[in-house]
Design a protein around this ligand. Structure first.
Ligand code: HEC
Length: 176
């Protein structure tokens, strides 16, 4: 496009040069070029804005409290279910503790201490059973990703195991 314009400008210059008006014509060509440069410059922000708004699957519908997945409401009892927490501890030793400590210290991923206070139970259940879309959409997970530099892999948790891990996290956070 710009090449075509420049070509047009050049032939214009040659034609007018033949009329012995070189100086005036050169500045005319320059002005013409500037007009095109400006109009091209105006186009750029428009098209990039369109790209941003079509990126990903409608991030405006993402709920950062609930996350994304099948859990809308997770019922917790005030008192810890000890047997369930023990089951959760066993599962997490197989699938999670290679990357997560029970303290607030980061290993590969963030430490779990305080996670049940930072996050709603629905968020935790959705994240641990369905991490991929949440890593893409959740602003706080994206911030963690920048620190951890690893995407948490989907561990293929069964619902029951996910729920028992949540109970274990509550135990770590001091629920009795
Ligand atoms: C290969 C390492 C790895 C494994 C295994 C892993 N995670 Fe993660 N986890 C991460 C990383 C890294 C993050 C931070 C987010 C990101 O970068 O994807 C994270 C984030 C989390 C968070 C959010 C923590 C917060 O403070 O918001 C929870 C909850 C979580 N993981 C639970 C689990 C559970 C439950 C398991 C086991 C079933 C598990 N993770 C297994 C690496 C891992």
């Amino acid at each position: 496009m710009i090449n075509v314009i420049l070509l047009a400008c050049e032939s214009l210059e040659i034609r007018i040069t033949n009329n012995n008006q070189t100086i005036m014509n050169k500045s005319f060509v320059l002005a013409l070029t500037m007009v095109f440069a400006i109009s091209c410059g105006e186009k750029a922000p428009d098209s990039s804005a369109a790209e941003i708004s079509t990126e990903g699957a409608d991030p405006s519908s993402y709920d950062p409290n609930r996350g994304e997945g099948k859990y809308d409401h997770v019922e917790l009892s005030a008192v810890l279910d000890g047997a369930m927490a023990t089951k959760g501890e066993e599962v997490s030793e197989v699938k999670c503790t290679s990357c997560h400590k029970m303290t607030d210290e980061k290993l590969v991923g963030p430490g779990w201490k305080g996670v049940t206070e930072r996050r709603k139970p629905e968020w935790i259940m959705n994240f641990i059973t369905n991490p991929d879309p949440m890593i893409d959409k959740d602003p706080e997970v994206q911030a963690q990703l920048e620190i951890c530099l690893v995407r948490m892999p989907n561990q293929g948790l069964m619902d029951e195991d996910a729920r028992s891990i949540l109970e274990y996290m509550r135990k770590v956070d001091g629920v009795k």
